[in-house]
Ligand binder design. Structure first.
Ligand code: FMN
Length: 214
């Protein structure tokens, strides 16, 4: 653990003030994702999705951000997975994006709804064929006896859809959308004197900004 204890980086790439923020947090998120893309960061849309189980215990995993819409952000998954069951029981989540080279983090919290079939179908149809077949071959988060047993199911699915060009969306596969009610933009600064700006609805249709202690 020595390497972990000794790792110590001072943050000095940028700064963040109220004047830098867009009026709406999702417009600001779009800017920061665009910055991450421009900076050539690998998987600039990777984000940690935190949920709670039926007992209120937290869980988290990485998923890919697939859309920033007017009022919500979107990702796709197998809704019969562990995360899907958790979201069915407790439809609230937190998301965290971290772009290390930019020394930036964004945190979002809010209620989550399943996307409608049309939106899920549209995104599923845009996926590469291999990914579409894999969605049929996996009941995400269930145990499987071995890698070989899983590969055997993949082979069955490939045979089943052989010659079928439009592989349909499996019924449990689809999107979720989180509508943020709290978004924090974090920019690392020297000596841990970071900038943190939190945006919450102001009750009049806009967003109030508060600076938080680092
Ligand atoms: C970089 C990265 C991107 C991922 N993207 C997704 C995704 O978009 N959707 C998804 O269901 N799982 C994705 N995963 C896998 C999840 O982290 C996780 O293993 C899976 O969704 C099962 O989670 P659950 O058992 O909590 O439901 C990704 C993992 C990594 C490391």
């Amino acid at each position: 653990m020595d390497a972990v204890e000794r790792s110590r980086r001072d943050y000095a790439v940028g700064s963040l003030g109220r004047a830098d923020l867009a009026e709406h947090p999702l417009r600001q998120l779009e800017r920061w994702v665009a910055d991450a893309v421009a900076a050539d960061i690998d998987e600039p849309n990777a984000m940690t999705l935190a949920t709670v189980d039926a007992d209120g215990r937290p869980d988290a995993r990485v998923v890919l951000l697939r859309g920033i819409r007017a009022e919500d952000v979107v990702w796709f998954t197998d809704r019969s997975s562990t995360k899907g069951a958790q979201l069915a029981a407790a439809p609230h989540a937190a998301l965290v994006l971290h772009w290390q080279p930019l020394e930036r983090q964004v945190r979002l919290r809010g209620p989550v709804v399943a996307l409608d079939d049309a939106a899920s179908d549209a995104y599923f149809a845009s996926r590469p064929r291999g990914s579409r077949l894999s969605a049929w071959a996996s009941r995400q988060s269930r145990p499987v006896a071995s890698r070989a047993a899983y590969e055997a199911v993949v082979a069955e699915v490939e045979a089943r859809f052989d010659g079928v060009e439009d592989v349909p969306r499996p019924p449990d596969w689809g999107g979720y959308a989180l509508t943020p009610v709290e978004v924090e933009f974090w920019q690392g600064r020297r000596s841990r004197r970071h900038d943190r700006l939190r945006m919450r609805p102001d009750g009049a249709g806009g967003w109030a900004v508060e600076r938080l202690q680092p």
